[in-house]
Design a protein around this ligand. Structure first.
Ligand code: GTP
Ligand code: MG
Length: 198
């Protein structure tokens, strides 16, 4: 799929502040600093669309980006940022939960995992919650440029074993690097396939 236009469509901290125009949404979630905002920029060929930072906790609101005047990419804050105080963490968690529980237009949630790390309890708890709520999701391994293919393969296999402890069927898995622009075509084709089912 070609992206012909990508524009910022608004920030929100409450459901009623989201863009009035209802369109299919594809959202990105994962631990703080995993590369959500960078991946959105890479997909859209625009390094300045979503704000990124080497300091975790950069995205603190829900950001909608209108793509091809037809659907939204949604950048969510990260979960599990230990350095935020309790109040800050609770607020981000509330935002994330509210978005996830109240998004009739959410077609798929991409759960991002850093290619260098094993899946953590916080990821597993989050994924468990998605299962309970029946929210469609898939996994994207980010920052693949930082590991060799064999290391990544081994990490992915270990993570599959961990997920199999709870899940009968494994979610779809994709690999990306915003630095090397890896995974762009695959992720866009994945989205296009879902859009065609609507
Ligand atoms: P929060 O909004 O704070 O939750 O973070 P985020 O998940 O949106 O991460 P963000 O995109 O801001 O990226 C965090 C850091 O990782 C930045 O310094 C990025 O440059 C870096 N980064 C993101 N993607 C990649 C990647 O594919 N490769 C490498 N090497 N670095 C990346
Ligand atoms: Mg971000």
């Amino acid at each position: 799929m070609k992206i012909t236009s990508a524009t910022f469509a608004g920030s929100s901290t409450k459901a009623e502040q989201r863009p009035a125009r209802r369109l299919p949404e594809f959202a990105f979630i994962g631990r703080s600093n995993v590369g959500k905002s960078s991946l959105i920029n890479m997909l859209c060929n625009n390094a300045r669309l979503a704000m990124t930072s080497s300091t975790p906790g950069k995205t603190k609101v829900v950001n909608h980006f209108l793509i091809n005047d037809n659907w939204y990419l949604v950048d969510l804050p990260g979960y599990g940022y230990a350095k935020l105080d309790r109040k800050g963490r609770d607020e981000l968690r509330r935002l994330i939960d509210e978005y996830i529980c109240d998004s009739q237009d959410l077609m798929n949630l991409f759960v991002l995992i850093d290619s260098r790390h094993d899946i953590t309890k916080i990821d597993l708890d989050f994924i468990h919650q998605l299962g309970e709520r029946g929210i469609p999701f898939s996994i994207i391994y980010t920052k693949a440029d930082k590991v060799g293919v064999n290391v990544l393969k081994a990490t992915m296999e270990r993570n599959c074993r961990t997920l199999e402890e709870e899940w009968e069927e494994l979610p779809d898995m994709l690999v990306s690097s915003s630095q090397d622009r890896k995974g762009r075509e695959e992720i866009l084709a994945y989205i296009e396939k879902i859009l065609k089912t609507i």
